[in-house]
Write a protein that binds this ligand. Structure first.
Ligand SMILES: Nc1ncnc2c1ncn2[C@@H]1O[C@H](COP(=O)(O)OP(=O)(O)OP(=O)(O)O)[C@@H](O)[C@H]1O
Length: 278
């Protein structure tokens, strides 16, 4: 009998175990924050199942709980009631196993570390050898179109480039799931178009499961396989819309009748849940 091999570094379920098709399962999730003087009803009875390879956008009015929902999946908030599993694990287990990468609204890079050393930071914490850290960082920086920028510092890059560095950092430890909280919200429209294109290519080549928060209907339709439309607070799911456009998307798909039809349905959902009287 061959000698037992040392266990490989597990970044998700063990390789021998077939990956579960459902990556994120949310059942009857309710979350109430206890603010100083009153409860804040952030989420009410949210149920959603996200399959491997899905690109899900969460869209809804400001304050409807989109970030809260992502933070529950990431084990950064605890639900008041309901169940959430990530890769078949509790959010806490998934966090400890580094099952997801998280991209915040602002790039949150360390200004004193080079681009490469920002990307290698989570790998340093995991204790990977230097050569492997560098190889992985270079690979991820190439994926986000930043090959050649390894030695630059964040302050030498544009906002869009900084956000690409934070995506590379989130991908560096090869998580199954990528959580992105309005990563392009602060960028101008042309840069945003460019990053949307790059993100679809990245998603196509890596087949990561993505949850993406946005306020832009066009961005949601362009990127997603499914769009989750949420109501004003307390956030509930109003509609889940399949985006059955071809997976390989160019920007001019936005002119197509099918794209317009989906965008219209998202807009209708948002208007239905929202009062515009004031
Ligand atoms: N730690 C907290 N304590 C109390 N209330 C909170 C806390 N975090 C968020 N909230 C409130 O919960 C609600 C949902 O917030 P959340 O940030 O999830 O909304 P959002 O849909 O992501 O908003 P936006 O689109 O503006 O980013 C808001 O009313 C917010 O003020």
């Amino acid at each position: 009998m061959p000698a037992a091999q040392p266990a490989p570094l597990t970044l998700g379920p063990p390789a021998t175990q077939a990956a579960p098709r459902t990556i994120v399962d949310i059942r009857n999730l309710t979350l109430t924050y206890q603010a100083a003087d009153h409860p804040v009803y952030a989420l009410s009875d949210v149920s959603l199942s996200i399959s491997k390879g899905d690109f899900i956008s969460l869209i809804g009015p400001s304050g409807c709980g989109k970030t809260t929902l992502m933070r529950v999946v990431a084990d950064l908030e605890q639900p008041t009631s309901g169940e959430v599993t990530v890769n078949g694990m509790t959010p806490e287990q998934a966090r400890l196993k580094r099952a997801y990468g998280y991209v915040f609204q602002a790039p949150a890079l360390y200004p004193w570390r080079s681009v490469e050393r920002n990307v290698t930071l989570p790998l340093e914490i995991m204790g990977l050898p230097k050569a492997e850290r560098q190889a992985r960082a270079r690979e991820q920086l190439e994926l986000v179109g930043l090959a050649g920028f390894e030695r630059k510092f964040p302050w030498q890059l544009s906002g869009g480039m900084q956000q690409r560095v934070s995506i590379a950092r989130a991908l560096a430890f090869n998580p199954d799931l990528l959580l992105m909280d309005e990563p392009f919200g602060a960028l101008d429209e042309i840069t945003r178009d460019h990053l949307n294109l790059q993100l679809t290519r990245l998603w196509l080549s890596t087949r990561k499961t993505c949850i993406f928060v946005t306020h832009s209907i066009a961005e949601a339709v362009f990127l997603s396989t499914r769009i989750v439309v949420m109501s004003p607070r307390p956030g509930r799911i109003l509609d889940v819309i399949d985006c059955d456009l071809p997976r390989e998307r160019r920007l001019d798909i936005r002119e197509s009748p099918e794209f317009q039809r989906i965008a219209h349905r998202v807009r209708e959902g948002l208007m239905e849940g929202h009062s515009y009287d004031d």
